[in-house]
Design a protein around this ligand. Sequence first.
Ligand code: URP
Ligand code: ZN
Ligand code: ZN
Length: 457
Amino acid sequence: MSLVLKGGRIVNDKITYFSDIKVEDGKIVEIGENLNTENCEVVDVKGSYIIPGGIDTHTHFDLDTGATITADDFATGTKAAIAGGTTTILDFATQSKGKSLKEGLEEWHQKAKDKAFCDYGFHMAITDWSDSVCDEMDEMVELGVSSFKLYMAYKGSLQVDDSVIYKALEKSKSIGGIIGFHCENGDLVCELIDKLLKENKTSPQYHCESRPPILELEATSRLMKIAEVTKAKVCVVHLSCKESLEEVLKARQRGVDVVVETCPQYLLLDEDKYKLEGFEGAKYVMSPPLRNVENNSILWKALQENQIDTIGTDHCSFNYKGQKELGINDFSKIPNGSPGVEHRIGLLYTYGVSTNKISINKMVEVLSTNPAKIYGLYPQKGTIEVGSDADLVVLNPNKTKVIKASEQVQNVDYTPYENYRLNCEIDRVYLRGNEVSRNGKIICESPKGKYLKRSSN
Ligand code: URP
Ligand code: ZN
Ligand code: ZN
């Protein structure tokens, strides 16, 4: 049976308007006022916004760090995503040392298979460069993986050097790909960690001291130069501070093709969290770390001025009990990362749109439309148009909600946003026309997520 969402306010990246939406076989087939509803299931969505399903292009589900495995796997992570209005995620398939990209991709397909409650795709993280890995990048594109990831930090495990960055960018340019970069100078991070530990500085607040903004600036600046030489398209992921933003803006002036992602935590939280009593600061141990409060407003302004392109969560969840506690005597052993996929849209609506920092169209642009355009999913995803997938989110601005770890869907024992008030509720979420979540709770029994083969540019 066809479905009609009646009387809502449709929000795309450039326009908001009242209209009905008709859905058949998972696609939007008609948009207009007073659509014929004969033989249709009709859902009254008056008073609500209808936004395109969120696309979170930065998650780490079922990630084994060596010391522990993320609290969320593809089942719980994607359930949390749809509960919060995100209908597509892109996770980081990662090459293990000594293995091929194909093996890494296959490993991630197995992790997601029959588990994903939302649609999903993969970026491919390259950790062990060789000529054959270079050749495999072509195959990745054929397999629907048109974006890659390189880490300039995490020395001894994920980190790559400048010549790998250069070679991978040359290749990526030739195949129309994009490479996302974790920008921190990993060598210096290690030096600072050693120095702090030698001084017996072991608590979570020293995580922040071991990764100052200047190290993010240095890596971002270096990347901008290599991107300039190669003329390849790059993304600075989880950009956290003014210093690296300025570096990106200067590079754009020189013609560097660079997109910027930030995350809700860098807009809403600050480094004072590391001063919380006892070991509480460990909940906020992530890389890059939270910055001082001035950076929050600088990033909001950058969003307003179209300098930031996407907001992903970098969802990488570890329980406080038993996992974050691995670093109770040594901050460098605290697993890096925090949860966020469930609350990205509610937080952006509440602290961005309803406080008039950004328009609701800007919100849709950075949470859905730009991610779809940048990562080869548009217009199948990222917009409400005839012919697009019916990934539709009914966002009710007349309800409120308070975030509580005890009520969340994500499978982790805390949230960085405990007791944050939301000025909205995600009433209903449709994934290709199937209602999968209602009032923040999952209503589909079995996983309906599909793998998305993405195109290159
Ligand atoms: O602390 C973080 N961000 N953990 C996840 C891995 C990464 O660097 O993106
Ligand atoms: Zn990273
Ligand atoms: Zn990440």
